[in-house]
Design a binder for this molecule. Structure first.
Ligand code: SF4
Length: 63
């Protein structure tokens, strides 16, 4: 099952804008289990604020 945030995650907007490609989606969001390793997911679960431009590995892109 994909990540529960897959449709509303800010990364979808960044994909539409062409700021990122679909690699993150393929490696984390749309996988059976890898979304559990996503830093965004982990922080969301803890209620911790995080930038819309933070990637699943915790890196922050400049756009
Ligand atoms: S970036 Fe992380 S929180 Fe967002 S949809 Fe992908 S796995 Fe879920």
């Amino acid at each position: 099952m994909s990540c529960k945030w897959i449709d509303i995650c800010p990364l979808r907007r960044l994909e539409r804008q062409g700021a990122i490609d679909f690699t993150w989606r393929e490696r984390y969001c749309d996988t059976e289990r890898n979304w559990r390793e996503c830093r965004r997911y982990q922080m969301e679960e803890k209620g911790l604020p995080h930038s819309d431009t933070m990637m699943p590995d915790g890196s922050v892109i400049g756009i």
